[in-house]
Design a binder for this molecule. Sequence first.
Ligand code: UTP
Length: 304
Amino acid sequence: MLTLADWHCIQPAMNNHKPIRKAVFPVAGLGTRFLPATKAIPKELLPIVDRPLIQYAVDEAREAGIEQMIFVTGRGKTAIVEHFDKAFELETTMEERGKDLSVLDPTRATPGDIITVRQQVPLGLGHAIWCARAIVGDEPFAILLPDEMMVGEPGCMAQMVNAYNEVGGNLISVLEVPHDEVSSYGVIDPGESRGALTEVKGLVEKPAVKDAPSNKIVSGRYILQPEVMRTLETQGKGAGGEIQLTDAMARMIGNQPFNAVTFEGRRFDCGSKLGFVEATLGLAMEREDMGEEVRAMARRLLGD
Ligand code: UTP
């Protein structure tokens, strides 16, 4: 398995691209596929074992060297921000009882590093990203969809930032799936490939299997140039009556460099119940502190 150090070794000297300092996390969706669980609890706070989805995504961004986390939130989502806040009462009580406070370490943020903007109405992913335009400003930025869990070493965003340091421009993370599964996803029309990088000539949302230009599906990680905000400004509604990020990116292709980075790792679609259960089982089975017991438990449940 590649380590971050290996990646740095195989990269040529860093080019002069503006660094990726900011990441946008769209968390204003309704999470209807998880109702009734998500009626009062944001989907992004549902835990995989003992960490909420949003924590995995923030950890991934931090590993990639990103400093500023921009949450696009909506009604009923304030608990996401509280998760990264200092909890005085909790910490004081835990300290008095001699409990280990290090479990809270991942939730600690440097003051000012977590910023929120509101998406007043969930009009779609593209609209959610556009809501962050004033904070993103004139810089390239990352996007991480917290309900898509990317497990890799290094993490998906670190792999992308490494590729970005080499080629700049716009990057989309992709994964290869069996050809007959492509119609549930956004798919790229690929150009030339070099290592993990593939030129993106076009994007198609949920194509019929026979029309799919490749089996490389778009997963929920992006590095985009700030011009996408201007494109989103004039983006009409697309699939599902929502303002789609994919449509805005498709309009930029040809005017801006676009490449796909084939992610070396695993993706769990935690926005769906099956993907969520798979992630929970998969990660629990791999954990040092409980993996053996969970595997034994699974065997018992299967009657082996
Ligand atoms: P999804 O479509 O997977 O999330 O959007 P959803 O709409 O919350 O889920 P369902 O389909 O109703 O179950 C992917 C990501 O984009 C965010 C979501 O919060 C999720 O993290 N999103 C989506 C927004 O922030 N705003 C939107 O208008 C739509």
